[in-house]
Design a binder for this molecule. Structure first.
Ligand SMILES: Cc1cc2nc3c(=O)[nH]c(=O)nc-3n(C[C@H](O)[C@H](O)[C@H](O)COP(=O)(O)OP(=O)(O)OC[C@H]3O[C@@H](n4cnc5c(N)ncnc54)[C@H](O)[C@@H]3O)c2cc1C
Length: 417
């Protein structure tokens, strides 16, 4: 039973009826794949905005968000029930990561009441997409080594520097940005988080083309961008406290109680094409090796879903070691690479994609195979997740660090910084 008095089962029953009446079947772009070109991507963005608005108007947006900010104030169990009922249906996939988590999750945890009242309702209504600006040209793994700098100027801050690999910044609305505000203390102690609208003087956004021709990744250049102090998130120089939770919420991704996403949706390169159909097309249905691969992929799906469920339940109960989210992040990367490799193997020579036409027709597993490593990089690399698991969960010795206790100004840096 929740504060509202509605039991999970009553809520599930109500959600089932509403979903059946209002939402169509799951679409290819719900797998959070980027579209072939900007025109198609912007159509998908508009569709996701409308879908999020539909959830809001239907009374199903922000299930775990506080009621005072437009949410339903219900429990993670209610969210899980909704996600289970959503299986097989369309949903606003582009909103979920990074807008709902980590960005909205961070606003809820560290924002002032005024910041939450201003920003959470537009997110729940589908009016505001957020991005996360952590990675820099000098490196993304060492998040605390940020050199994008904000300097205090009266009631404002002046931001200069550059962030990179920001997914979808070219059409998004707002961003969370980690910046250096004190160079005279060790690196973790001189950081502050700000929020800023992406379209304003002083911000130049450039696109980065990837191997498959799409360019959703962006680099932002900040030149004297003025940020009011009222848009600071958390304490001055308290950015690492915010940043640690930020990375936790990022690793939680689909397991976050703030995320509406159909249970059982698998990404990782198969693009929804059932592997059995792929084996049939390749004439390999009776091939014992193909059958074993299909079984392995199925086992990965089952393990992924039960691990996700366990992590989500542990996070919701508040009993979990927060670093446990790194286990989910690590397994997601490993499983995605393996699933992609299995699809590539099953498709055989059909997976060879020499042109866009090939890819559209039957070469998707080939392109997914070429891009498979993305699953081990985006959202923090699997190597860093291994470090977190070994050092903070298993208690193994920390790796040596040359910058411990040293003022960031005095830490040697490479030329790219
Ligand atoms: C699809 C995608 C979407 C992304 N979206 C965003 C986004 O929206 N916002 C954002 O800020 N960033 C985003 N990123 C960037 C991503 O977070 C970084 O690429 C990632 O953190 C790694 O940083 P890097 O590429 O600078 O590699 P580096 O940090 O330079 O690392 C290079 C290699 O060294 C390894 N390595 C580094 N340090 C260690 C260590 N201490 N121990 C062991 N191995 C180590 C890394 O694992 C990696 O293999 C995205 C990346 C991808 C692929």
């Amino acid at each position: 039973m929740s504060d509202s008095g509605e039991s999970v089962e009553d809520f599930r029953h109500r959600a089932r009826g509403w979903i059946a009446a209002n939402l169509g079947p799951v679409q290819p772009w719900d797998l959070d794949q980027d579209c072939a070109d900007d025109a198609a991507e912007l159509v998908a963005v508009a569709r996701d905005r409308a879908l999020q608005r539909k959830l809001y108007d239907g009374g199903f947006a922000g299930i775990c968000f506080p009621r005072e900010y437009g949410g339903l104030g219900l429990s993670p169990d209610h969210q899980r029930a909704f996600n289970e009922e959503l299986a097989g249906h369309e949903f606003p996939s582009r909103f979920m990561v990074p807008t709902f988590t980590p960005c909205a999750a961070i606003l809820l945890e560290f924002g002032t009441p005024e910041q939450k009242a201003r920003h959470i309702p537009p997110i729940l209504k589908g009016d505001a997409f957020w991005v996360q600006m952590l990675s820099e040209p000098g490196g993304g793994s060492d998040v605390a080594g940020a050199t994008t700098a904000a300097v205090r100027d009266g009631d404002d801050w002046i931001l200069n520097g550059s962030k990179v690999w920001t997914s979808r910044a070219y059409w998004a609305d707002w961003g969370l940005c980690l910046a250096r505000t004190d160079w005279n203390v060790p690196k973790h102690q001189g950081l502050t988080v700000f929020m800023l609208p992406l379209r304003q003087p002083g911000i130049e956004i450039r696109r980065i083309e990837r191997l498959n021709g799409e360019s959703e990744a962006c680099q932002e250049f900040f030149t004297d961008v003025r940020i009011p102090d009222s848009d600071r998130v958390g304490a001055v120089n308290g950015g690492w406290t915010v940043g640690s939770r930020w990375m936790f919420h990022e690793r939680m991704a689909a397991n976050s109680p703030y995320v509406t996403r159909p249970t059982g949706l698998s990404g990782g390169g198969t693009r929804g094409s059932p592997l059995v159909a792929m084996a049939a097309t390749a004439g390999r249905l009776d091939d014992p090796i193909a059958r074993e691969l299909i079984g392995e992929a199925r086992a990965l799906d089952i393990v992924t879903h039960s691990l996700n469920r366990r992590l989500a339940a542990a996070a919701a109960s508040g009993t979990a070691n927060v670093d446990g989210s790194a286990i989910g992040r690590l397994f997601h990367g490993m499983a995605a690479v393996r699933r992609t490799t299995i699809a590539f193997d099953l498709a055989g020579s059909d997976a060879a994609a020499w042109s866009e036409a090939d890819e559209a027709e039957n070469g998707a597993p080939g392109m997914d195979f070429l891009l498979r490593q993305v699953a081990c990089i985006g959202g923090g690399t699997t190597e860093i997740a291994r470090n977190v698991v070994s050092e903070r969960i298993l208690g193994m010795p920390r790796e040596p660090s040359g910058d411990h206790g040293v003022a960031f100004r005095d830490v040697p840096r490479g030329p790219s910084r």
